[in-house]
Design a protein around this ligand. Structure first.
Ligand code: FES
Length: 110
């Protein structure tokens, strides 16, 4: 499909490097997003509480920001929900409706 040439497939969580879709190492400050997982995160969220969605994919506390975006062009997205229930938060970081999953992960030829 060729839709994701600028996206890292998987971060190397043990070190400071991230592997790109082409297998080449990316510096921690890379301008490419990292795919945290190829499916959404089902999370129980509380109404009126502020959450910070990780947009860069580097957080170790997915799908929420842990500050690992430092040095990248990405910033977290603050959001609240009106109702306490389970929400499906984007894990592939390719959604068009952040922070929520829009099914894009099913359309990508991983
Ligand atoms: S760690 Fe990814 S946006 Fe903050």
């Amino acid at each position: 499909m060729g839709c994701c040439a600028s996206v890292d497939l998987k971060a190397d969580r043990e070190g400071e490097e991230y592997k790109g879709y082409d297998g080449k190492a990316q510096a921690k400050g890379s301008s490419q997003k990292v795919i945290a997982q190829k499916a959404p995160y089902a999370k129980e969220l509380e109404a009126k509480k502020t959450y910070y969605y990780c947009d860069c994919g580097r957080s170790k506390n997915q799908p929420f920001c842990d500050g690992s975006h430092t040095g990248t062009p990405f910033t977290p997205l603050a959001f609240t929900v009106q109702e306490s229930k389970t929400y499906y938060i984007c894990g592939c970081k390719q959604t068009s409706h952040a922070p929520y999953c829009d099914g894009t992960h099913k359309k990508i030829d991983w």
